[in-house]
Design a protein around this ligand. Structure first.
Ligand SMILES: C[S@@+](CC[C@H](N)C(=O)[O-])C[C@H]1O[C@@H](n2cnc3c(N)ncnc32)[C@H](O)[C@@H]1O
Length: 201
């Protein structure tokens, strides 16, 4: 087991589940995580060879082996295992926040409320700088992701209103105008400052 002072402001590299197990109970101020949530697909979308489609390079929707799950049960079973550890290490009254597939984030909400009596604090929209383009002219581009926030019971909520009014919006679209400066991952450029107001006393 780690001592919390040894790992403060450090990055622990390793499998999340095994690293989380080494962190003491009720020792962390906040959980903010962007886990694999199974939005990859083996499908390759070819564009530009059909009049009905938008032109452009082909689109590959496979983000990595880490994002491939056998089925929904398997995905949620693994997700709930790391969530159990997050709940254990989080201090009372503090916030668990996560990006997740917006079609499945309610499974997490239900799990946290039913098993641990967490309170839903709301959902953020994360506007993306580089949404996957649409290939066929039948739907919208997915230009936003969802982030859910829940509070652990038994303690006081920390919310620093002196940092100003906060919108439930996590806008990463500035980089749309600075394509050359963009990083390889759409979320990597942001420093998560939208969430600082949950940490300051
Ligand atoms: C949705 S991405 C998050 C990207 C991140 N927000 C960024 O800005 O780079 C999910 C990340 O979880 C990592 N990952 C997948 N399985 C993991 C595991 N079992 N333990 C730790 N990290 C894992 C992947 O390598 C991937 O980088």
């Amino acid at each position: 087991m780690y001592k919390i002072d040894e790992i403060r402001n450090k990055i622990l590299c390793g499998d999340a589940l095994s690293e989380l197990k080494k962190i003491p109970d009720e020792s962390v101020d906040m959980i903010l995580t962007d886990p694999p949530y199974g939005i990859s697909s083996e499908v390759k979308i070819t564009r530009g060879r059909n009049k009905m489609k938008f032109k452009g390079p082909d689109i590959i929707l496979k983000f990595g082996e880490w994002d491939i799950f056998e089925n929904l049960e398997n995905q949620m079973e693994w997700t709930f295992r790391w969530i159990d550890e997050c709940v254990r290490i989080l201090k009372k009254g503090r916030i668990f926040a996560t990006w997740f597939d917006r079609d499945k984030i309610n499974f997490i909400s239900h799990y946290l409320q039913k098993k641990y009596q967490f309170k839903t604090k709301g959902y953020f929209a994360h506007l993306k700088s580089n949404p996957v383009p649409q290939a066929r002219k039948v739907k919208w581009m997915n230009a936003w992701e969802i982030i859910g926030l829940w509070q652990k019971p038994g303690g006081k909520l920390v919310y620093n209103y002196q940092l100003g009014q906060q919108e439930r919006l996590y806008d990463c679209t500035n980089s749309r105008r600075k394509r050359k400066a963009r990083s390889s991952h759409p979320k990597a450029r942001k420093n998560y400052r939208s969430f600082h107001f949950l940490l300051d006393e």
